[in-house]
Ligand binder design. Structure first.
Ligand SMILES: C[S@@+](CC[C@H](N)C(=O)[O-])C[C@H]1O[C@@H](n2cnc3c(N)ncnc32)[C@H](O)[C@@H]1O
Length: 247
């Protein structure tokens, strides 16, 4: 009996978003420079970035919080594999329940845990210690979507559902942050992420074409492909803001 793969499990991905190894390494090196003693990742997924920060800052303690049980379990397993289990804690539950401020806060692709982007930035501002840092990652419009691109995305999607980069930075300023770095994902990072998202399921389907669940899985993959290639490709950007607060 073959095990049915699950679309979206991210088993072929290091990060659940458009983030290359090079950018991750540089972000981690920058964030490690200040030697944060405490790190919290809200909507951590399996916590790859959190674990890389902990590996780069000896003695730092980190908490990853996520509502998705399998990701939390993967995070715990990765921490154990890398000898970080004594410094990394993974909590299964809503981010909003955790309010303890930290020296370094991460929120990548998970602002929805606190509501809208302005609401998330305000909530996160209260969770960063004086002199601390927030690495905030969120989708932005790379350009204005056409009506047909919006229709090809998710039901009910409108141009108001995403900010443009300058407005995202303004929202960070309004929440009390200063921008230390403003950067955006490349087309190659998006393509690596979107291709990797379904790669395990695509390969499984090629090996198990007659499985009773094959048609359903293929339909889900086709839907994902269509949303990406007819909707978000070249239209969705992703911003990484390194934000500081006063000491
Ligand atoms: C796009 S993934 C990003 C994961 C991770 N930050 C990364 O970049 O690899 C968004 C994550 O936010 C989590 N999430 C969504 N709502 C949440 C909430 N209310 N509290 C905690 N986590 C939440 C999801 O389960 C998911 O793992």
């Amino acid at each position: 009996m073959t095990t049915l793969p699950k679309l979206g499990s991210g088993s072929r991905l290091h990060f659940h978003g458009p983030l290359s190894a090079d950018r991750a390494d540089r972000l981690v090196a920058d964030l490690a420079l200040r030697g944060p003693a405490t790190v919290v990742d809200y909507g951590s997924g399996w916590g790859e970035l959190l674990l890389r920060v902990l590996a780069a800052v000896p003695g730092a303690r980190g908490t990853g919080i996520d509502v998705h049980g399998p990701d939390v379990a993967r995070g715990r397993a990765l921490a154990a594999e890398r000898g970080l289990a004594d410094r990394a804690t993974f909590v299964e539950g809503p981010a909003a329940d955790h309010t303890e401020p930290a020296d370094l806060v991460l929120s990548i692709g998970a602002y929805q845990a606190f509501g809208s982007i302005p609401e998330a930035l305000e909530a996160l501002r209260g969770r960063v210690r004086p002199g601390g840092r927030l690495l905030f990652g969120a989708e932005v419009w790379e350009r204005t979507p056409t009506e047909s691109e919006l229709a090809a995305m998710w039901p009910g999607m409108t141009a108001d559902d995403c900010l443009y980069l300058p407005d995202l930075v303004d929202a960070a300023l309004a929440a009390g942050f200063r921008p230390l770095r403003v950067e955006t994902a490349t087309r190659a990072e998006w393509e690596e992420f979107e291709s990797g998202y379904g790669a395990d399921v695509e390969e499984w389907l090629l090996d198990n074409p007659g499985h009773p669940e094959a048609a359903d899985l293929r339909a889900k993959l086709d839907e994902h492909l269509s949303i990406w290639l007819r909707g978000t490709h070249g239209v969705f950007g992703f911003a990484y803001l390194t934000l500081g607060v006063t000491a």
